[in-house]
Design a protein around this ligand. Structure first.
Ligand code: NDP
Ligand code: 2IT
Length: 448
């Protein structure tokens, strides 16, 4: 009989062998299952029923061709994906990512993590993720529309408010969700609001959904600081990215009295010592869809560093909000040397495993993405609730619910980490608490 460490090692080896070349998926699986040894020790029936083996295998994976025409009439072929990872707790739920780097392994890592994130929210949502290797940069509105229509022409048959509910992620926001919903409605002859979330509030979207991931990440950071008898007032913060998550993380940091001095995009970094003017970033990114480089043209005392490293800027709080593996061990050591006190992942898996180790060893408060950025999907579940009851809640009420959910997730991770012998390790707490929730539902359903 193998011991639990050997058992987990063998499962990981099997995942690597059965999913060749999917390094990000392997990384996400390893990060979760290597924390589960104490769970198997306490609950041997999970091993008996092969719950870890089952949880690492997606329930279904759909790959399809997406042909579309650009404004000049040229034909392009992209690849579309939708992975339903786990439906033990509810319909598949998770975003769509449109980015040229997207491969099936990218979608699988995101969908796998979504399983645990969604379980942490305490709301009835399973996990999924989808997207395409389509590059939205430089596309006109009509090109975006034609692409989204073509994408939905295949996707529609696989989704539904009780089956699978997509939303946004990198490259997909309210504009794209609008085009996707329009095509779904046209093909199915149903105004099925709950089939997509992240809709515009003018036609069924939840207020606060746009802000929710960034706000939630900051609420989680606030809770981590509070546990150390600190707060965000006056703290110097650095936020990577300048998209949906980064923008609203910066906004909530400013609301809570922190000073945000830097943000970025994939081309470079803006450093504004006296504090970023958020209204400029918001206009540049949300309205004009421009690069952050332009910020320095409007604010002469700000510095733009082409290809710069945002993590070299000294700060108290660092929020990686751009993309996976954007913060490595060297960057983590620099942040620690510069006196960082808290790091929370607004993005999915932005911190490499070695960097996470650096933070834990230095005693930094580290909020893993599946907990810290769960506010987005949690508010998507609140949007589903509003759609199901044909209701619309106020901004204040929805924000209060989000704040409560983030505090509960923080408390759940903290309590579970302590209970399983790793006090202060939110990554352990998040993995174990969510794994148990999904595992127990899977057991209840028998062998499926
Ligand atoms: P957006 O498309 O709105 O913004 C993405 C930002 O990250 C942009 O500034 C972009 O720069 C930068 N970025 C993207 N890819 C790369 C890359 N390969 N290298 C460097 N920079 C990059 O996406 P979101 O803000 O929605 O998503 C950001 C992160 O948050 C992702 O990890 C996503 O999975 C995660 N997340 C999103 C949620 C949501 O509700 N939207 C919920 C939970 C997590 P550029 O414009 O130059 O590409
Ligand atoms: O990674 C994520 O949690 C998201 N992109 C949001 C998913 C959702 O369904 O709102």
């Amino acid at each position: 009989m193998p011991n639990n460490r050997q058992r987990i090692g063998a499962i990981y080896e099997e995942v690597v062998n059965r999913n060749p070349g999917e390094a990000e998926f392997h990384q996400a699986v390893k990060e979760v299952i290597e924390t589960l040894e104490p769970v198997l020790r306490r609950y041997p029936h999970y091993a008996e029923h092969k719950i870890i083996e089952r949880i690492c295998e997606p329930e279904r994976q759909i790959i399809f061709r997406v042909p579309w025409q650009d404004d000049k009439g040229e034909v392009h072929i992209n690849r579309g994906f939708r992975v339903g990872f786990n439906s033990a707790l509810g319909p598949y739920k998770g975003g769509l990512r449109f980015h040229p780097s997207v491969l099936i392994g990218t979608i699988k890592f995101l969908a796998f993590q979504q399983t645990f994130k969604n379980a942490l929210t305490g709301l009835p949502i399973g996990s999924g993720k989808g997207g395409s290797d389509f590059d939205p940069k430089g596309k006109s509105d009509s090109e975006m529309m034609r692409f989204c229509q073509s994408f939905m022409t295949e996707l529609y048959r696989h989704i539904g408010e009780m089956t699978d509910v997509p939303a946004g992620d990198i490259g997909v926001g309210a504009r794209e969700v609008g085009y996707l919903f329009g095509q779904y409605k046209r093909i199915t002859n149903r105004y099925e609001s709950g089939v997509l979330t992240g809709k515009s509030p003018s036609w069924g979207g939840a207020l606060v959904r746009k802000e929710a991931t960034g706000y939630g990440t900051v609420f989680f950071t606030e809770a981590m600081l509070k546990a150390r008898k600190m707060d965000l007032q006056g703290q110097t913060c650095v936020v990577s990215g300048s998209g949906n998550v980064a923008l609203y993380a910066m906004q909530q940091l400013q609301i809570l009295g922190a000073k945000v001095v830097a943000c970025s995009d994939s081309s470079g970094v803006i450093y504004h010592k006296d504090g970023i003017h958020l209204d400029t970033i918001q206009r540049l990114k949300e309205v004009e869809r421009k690069r952050i480089k332009e910020y320095a043209d409007e604010h002469k005392d700000a510095q733009y560093m082409e290809g710069g490293n945002i993590w070299s800027i000294p700060c108290d709080v660092a929020l990686p909000c751009a993309t996976q593996n954007e913060l490595d061990a060297d960057a983590a050591r620099t942040l620690v040397a510069n006196g960082v006190i808290a790091v929370a992942e607004g993005a999915n898996m932005p911190t490499t495993p070695d960097a996470v180790k650096v933070f834990h060893e230095a005693g930094i408060a580290f909020g893993p993405g599946k907990a810290a950025n769960a506010g987005g999907v949690a508010t998507s579940a609140l949007e589903m609730q509003q759609n199901a009851s044909r209701d619309a809640w106020s901004f204040e009420y929805t924000e209060t619910r989000l704040r409560e959910i983030m505090r509960n997730i923080h408390a759940d991770c903290q309590r579970t980490a302590e209970e399983f012998g790793a006090p202060g390790n939110y990554a352990y707490g998040a993995n174990i608490a969510s794994f148990k929730r999904v595992a127990d539902a899977m057991l209840a359903f028998g062998l499926i």
